[in-house]
Design a protein around this ligand. Structure first.
Ligand code: 16G
Length: 241
């Protein structure tokens, strides 16, 4: 059987106690962003718990976004992603540039007719077909953002053209946006959003709306993104007028 730790006093399952200890170490910066965690074997030995318990504790912290797993390299303390606010990059590119693996969970991938609201923001005539993509975006398996994109129907072959990266698919179709308008505001995640992002309801986030255009001015995308407030720093270079 598994060896149990000597102190029987502390309350709760062992994996939760290990999570609390690691969370505290991260909060008090004994473990700093980007630091590698000791191997699971060592954690198991040091805390006097089984490796299954260690694994379960780490899984929970990865889901919370406090830790990230990198294939073949181990488990690390997650750092905030520094995102250039004024660069027309994609989520996938942002993650890959930081050595983190992007992935998505699809919530919706469908063809539909443009809504009045979309037709105004995208400048599309009523009745034009559009593609809709709703996703949870992950980095190294930790949820980072929710995104809802509406793409002008003539910019993509089909919904299936998007395997993971929307911009890669638009690029392949020769329709990657070259210019965008973007606005951002603070939000508190509602219960549903919080559930999808594995944060508590009411946790802070950033809502970003991007409208992307082709060289000739035609609108390609309208994307609503909800980024986790605890996962990002937005940075920009400013020049005097
Ligand atoms: C980013 C963009 C979003 C775009 C997506 C494409 C912001 C605020 N939003 O999240 O508009 O649709 O990237 O990412 O940067 P993908 O190519 O990885 O699907």
């Amino acid at each position: 059987g598994n060896k149990q730790s000597g102190d029987g006093q502390a309350a709760g399952p062992l994996y939760l106690r290990l999570q609390d200890a690691l969370r505290r170490a991260i909060e008090q910066r004994q473990l700093k962003p980007q630091d590698a965690l000791p191997p699971e074997r060592d954690l198991a030995r040091d805390f006097g718990v089984s490796r299954i318990t260690v694994r379960k504790a780490l899984d929970g912290l990865v889901a919370e976004g406090l830790l990230t797993r990198r294939q073949g390299a181990g488990t690390f303390v997650a750092g905030r992603v520094e995102k250039q606010f004024a660069k027309l990059t994609s989520f996938s590119e942002d993650m890959i540039a930081r050595g983190r693996a992007p992935s998505s969970e699809w919530l919706l991938r469908a063809r539909g007719a443009v809504t009045p609201d979309e037709s105004l923001t995208l400048g599309l005539s009523p009745g034009t077909p559009v593609y809709r993509f709703h996703r949870i975006r992950f980095a190294d398996g930790s949820p980072m953002a929710l995104e809802q994109s509406t793409i002008a129907g003539d910019c993509l072959g089909d919904v299936d053209a998007v395997s993971d990266s929307l911009y890669a698919a638009l690029d392949a179709a020769g329709n990657r946006p070259v210019r965008a308008l973007q606005r951002l505001r603070a939000v508190l995640f509602n219960r549903e959003q919080a559930g999808l992002l594995q944060v508590s309801a009411g946790a802070p986030g950033l809502f970003i709306e991007r409208r992307g255009f082709l060289d000739d001015g035609r609108a390609v995308e309208m994307t609503h993104s909800w980024y986790r407030g605890d996962a990002y720093d937005f940075v920009a270079e400013l020049n005097a007028l």
